[in-house]
Structure formats: structure tokens, C-alpha cells
Design a protein around this ligand. Structure first.
Ligand SMILES: Cc1cc2nc3c(=O)[nH]c(=O)nc-3n(C[C@H](O)[C@H](O)[C@H](O)COP(=O)(O)O)c2cc1C
Length: 214
């Protein structure tokens, strides 16, 4: 399938086949989709909790709305997308060290400039801790988009899920203690015959309503 076919046929799955798991290769590709997602100034302000076992899924069940419980329990993989609660100085140092290790800098000056530029952007978006958290959440949503499109290219079904309670999710996974907070959830797997959304035509506003070509 080409990208045009993929975007027209992918959809938010409403019911999964609990007997169909992911292969090790699929699991790895999904992890790579998350980890290689782009983020502003390469900030990567995220952590992805991937849940496979019944035990792990049961743990977060009280944190999701009733309508989403079946997807959590029956999908092959659940991803809880979290952001850091704060971008600290030590985190910025760790980012820079990783980029240096990955060979991103031709010299000391290039490294300094990267650090300076990133701190400028982080500060621009850190007028308050709430603004900084919103900025981090925007980066996390890019990884959600990567996962959704990537899963579809792999022939997998997926569902983005905002129907959950942040406080309960954070408590279930002990996120506060880790300096993290949950932002959004997604499930991935194979749909089953009860997935009514698989048959429905896609509905979107027309091109002229949402795209202006100048
Ligand atoms: C950020 C986000 C949150 C969503 N939350 C839920 C959810 O909690 N439960 C659900 O069944 N679908 C959820 N959806 C699916 C949307 O309803 C669906 O993507 C939208 O209707 C477009 O349909 P399509 O994805 O099938 O093309 C969510 C979608 C997005 C992008």
C-alpha cells in the first residue's frame, strides 16, 4: 500500500482480537517509531510505558474510561505516553552528552551553540511550568502521530486514547515519583469482527475547508 491508501484505510480501532499478539520484530519497530520521533530542539521530553501483560494492563484499568477498557485489555500492546514534569539543567546536560556521543558536533563550539540554542527555545516555552508542560505534551503528540501512521504501514491497527484520568494513571504507574506525568495513551494490535469502525466510511472536512494553497 502507498501512503495515500494507508491514510484512507487506517482508522481508530474499537475492538481488538486478543489472540493476536505482536511479533518480536513488530514490537521492535514500534519502539523505534516512538524513540525516533522528532521533537523541538531534539528535546525528547518523553518516556513511553509499553504494556503487554494482563497484570500490567489490569494495573492501569481503573485509570481508563469504561469505553476504552476493552481496547486496553484486548490489544496486543498499550502505550502510555508520558512527559517529564520539568526540564531540568541536568536533563539538558544529558541531552547534550548524548548528541556528543552520537557524533553530532564537529567541534566544541558547535556543541556550545547547540546547548545555547536549545536553552533559548526551552526558555521561550517555559514562561510558567504549565507552559513548559504544554510544550512538552506537544512534542509527545508528534510521537503519537508517528506511532499511528507507522502502525498502519505495518498492517497493524491502533487507537489513540485520551479517555483516561491523568491522576489515576500517574498513580497506577508511579509516574510522579519518576518525575513524569501521563499525556495520552494508544493501543496497537489486530482488530476483531466486532470493530464497527472498520466498516464505516471515513469522514473529514473537504480540502477547501482545511487547506489553503497560496
Ligand atoms: C488525541 C486523540 C484522542 C482520542 N481518544 C479516543 C478515545 O479515548 N477512545 C476512542 O475510542 N477513540 C479515540 N480517538 C479516536 C478518534 O475518535 C478518531 O481518531 C477520529 O474520530 C478520526 O477517525 P479515524 O481515526 O478512524 O480516522 C482519539 C483520537 C485522537 C487523535
Amino acid at each position: 500500500m502507498n501512503v495515500e491508501q494507508i491514510i484512507r484505510t487506517r482508522y481508530a480501532s474499537k475492538a481488538y482480537d486478543e489472540n493476536r499478539k505482536l511479533t518480536a520484530e513488530q514490537e521492535q519497530q514500534l519502539f523505534d517509531l516512538l524513540r525516533y520521533s522528532p521533537s523541538s530542539v531534539n528535546s525528547q521530553p518523553w518516556h513511553f510505558f509499553t504494556l503487554f501483560s494482563d497484570e500490567a494492563k489490569q494495573k492501569i484499568l481503573p485509570a481508563v474510561t469504561e469505553a476504552n477498557a476493552g481496547k486496553i485489555l484486548k490489544s496486543a500492546m498499550v502505550v502510555v505516553f508520558a512527559t517529564r514534569t520539568e526540564i531540568t539543567d541536568s536533563y539538558l546536560h544529558a541531552l547534550l552528552a548524548q548528541e556528543a556521543k552520537d557524533g553530532r558536533f564537529i567541534n566544541e563550539e558547535a556543541q556550545k551553540n547547540q546547548d545555547k540554542g536549545r536553552r533559548h527555545f526551552v526558555n521561550l516555552n517555559s514562561g510558567s511550568i504549565q507552559r513548559q508542560q504544554e510544550w512538552m505534551a506537544r512534542q509527545v503528540y508528534i510521537s503519537l502521530g508517528f506511532l499511528l501512521l507507522g502502525a498502519a504501514t505495518m498492517g497493524l491497527d491502533a487507537t489513540p486514547i485520551e479517555g483516561f484520568f491523568v491522576d489515576k494513571m500517574d498513580a497506577a504507574l508511579g509516574l510522579k515519583e519518576k518525575g513524569l506525568t501521563s499525556v495520552v495513551v494508544a493501543t496497537v494490535g489486530h482488530h476483531n469482527e466486532n470493530d464497527f469502525n472498520a466498516q464505516l466510511p471515513k469522514s473529514r472536512f473537504g480540502q477547501e475547508q482545511v487547506i489553503t494553497r497560496l
